[in-house]
Design a protein around this ligand. Structure first.
Ligand code: FAD
Length: 405
């Protein structure tokens, strides 16, 4: 029996264990995950790890002996199949049940399968979610000539950038009529499109795939809804994730697209918290709407809130969302949530590779996407948190520091 059992040894789970010890929690803690590796950072998977510019050891969230030093029991390769909230017991695939006093569910998400069926597993078809996924991709890449990436979101674009320049023919298929449509404004979409095209990446926008066709057990063709077929020896499916919450919902927790949590990250079940990619919470920066955020910031900050709450220190999740993406030499930093904006103000010239887009809702600054302008990112965070209504003319002038607004 563990005082606290944490399910999922990703960003959120690892940080929850770290934060429990920082808060002075002296009971037993288990960090239980179904991956074989100790907790590691996911963002490099689609960036420098895919490019072979970072080793796996440098992606570990803590050095290997940290966990034993802090008396945190790591249980890798352990999959929780069911939760019995009344008996405080976890059913383990191929293993004895685990009892807990308090439970933190931090099981993240899994790649959303293509509507035509999940073909990840077929030779040549890949997801980019785990180290195992990317290691498999890196084995197949050297022999590949044509790569098709399904999904023009951050994961697909980062993978395209990491794979460009190695002589591969790369096509990105996106159902919307612009890239990053769900998360960024049109200026950002257009900028990335130009940058990728300069690197030789081809885009098929407003295009859906209908199915994947194999030959001799390996991917051969991607069929498009409009009838065309594209030859491919590598396919990367990057069309979002599904939250891993089925065992929790089966146990009676409220939720559908994620487990519903309150401001302290508590689920509707007693002594069970949910954090990270799998938690659906009301976010003050989304106008109080229920959202599921997929970012390292959200995973870490929710982990800290749950740990504090478990230790009896009142804590509320109200952190400002932020995010980043690296593609080629382009470093994007995002503050706030732009969804629902009614005005996007361009600050600086995209041609220079250094510009920001500020998003307003009813005159109030709610988010900023900053490319090569780290000062804008830092200052925008403060303005967004303060609920500032900046003058449009001043916002548009890249020479006027945001902090002066
Ligand atoms: P995860 O990190 O997914 O961890 C959940 C863990 O739980 C996984 O190991 C999973 O296998 C395990 N698990 C699931 N079900 C069970 C079960 N039943 N039993 C046991 N274990 C289970 N965010 C940024 O802010 N910036 C970036 O640049 C960025 N880049 C990214 C690039 C990639 C390729 C990916 C995949 C994500 C990126 N993200 C980025 C998002 C960020 O990594 C996630 O938001 C973060 O990992 C979420 O942490 P989590 O702990 O909630 O989930």
């Amino acid at each position: 029996e563990y005082g606290v059992a944490i399910i999922g040894a990703g960003h959120a789970g690892a940080q929850a264990a770290i934060a429990l010890r920082k808060e002075g929690f002296t009971g037993t803690v288990a960090l239980i995950g179904d991956e074989p590796d100790p907790p590691y950072e996911r963002p490099p998977l689609s960036k420098d790890y895919l490019k072979d510019e970072k080793t796996f050891e440098r992606m570990l969230i803590r050095r290997p002996d940290f966990w034993a030093d802090k008396e945190i029991a790591l249980l890798p390769a352990t999959r929780i199949e069911a939760v019995d909230a009344a008996a405080r017991r976890l059913a383990v695939a191929d293993g004895p049940a685990i009892r807990y006093g308090k439970l933190i569910w931090a099981a993240g998400g899994r790649p959303r399968p293509l509507p035509c069926g999940s073909d990840v597993g077929l030779r040549g078809v890949h997801a980019v979610r785990t180290r195992t996924d990317v290691d498999r991709l890196k084995v197949e890449l050297p022999a590949a000539r044509r790569a098709v990436i399904i999904g023009g979101g951050y994961i697909g674009l980062e993978a395209a950038a990491a794979m460009a320049g190695r002589g591969l023919d790369i096509t990105v298929i996106e159902a919307e009529d612009r890239l990053l449509a769900r998360v960024a404004g049109a200026d950002i979409s257009a900028f990335y499109r130009r940058r990728h095209e300069a690197a030789g990446v081809r885009f098929l926008l407003g295009t859906r795939t209908s199915c994947l066709r194999a030959e001799d057990g390996a991917i051969a063709w991607v069929e498009l809804e409009r009838g065309e077929t594209l030859p491919a020896d590598i396919v990367i499916v990057g069309i979002g994730i599904l939250p891993n919450v089925e065992p929790l919902l089966a146990a009676g927790a409220e939720g559908d697209n994620g487990a519903v949590v309150d401001a302290s990250c508590r689920t509707s079940l007693p002594d069970i918290w949910a954090i990270g990619d799998c938690a659906r919470h009301r976010n003050p920066y989304a106008g109080g709407a229920a959202v599921r955020l997929e970012s390292v910031q959200n995973a870490n900050d929710q982990a800290n809130v749950a740990a504090a709450d478990i230790c009896g220190r009142p804590a509320k999740y109200e952190a400002l969302p932020w995010f980043w993406s690296n593609q080629y030499e382009v470093r994007l930093q995002t503050a706030g949530l732009s969804a629902g904006h009614d005005e996007a103000v361009l600050r600086g010239d995209p041609e220079t590779g250094r510009f920001s887009v500020c998003y307003l809702k009813a005159g109030q600054l709610i988010a900023a996407d900053c490319i090569g302008r780290p000062a804008d990112f830092v200052q925008a965070q403060k303005l967004i948190a303060a609920g500032v209504r900046p003058q449009r003319a001043a916002l548009e002038d890249p020479e006027t520091p945001l902090k002066s607004l």
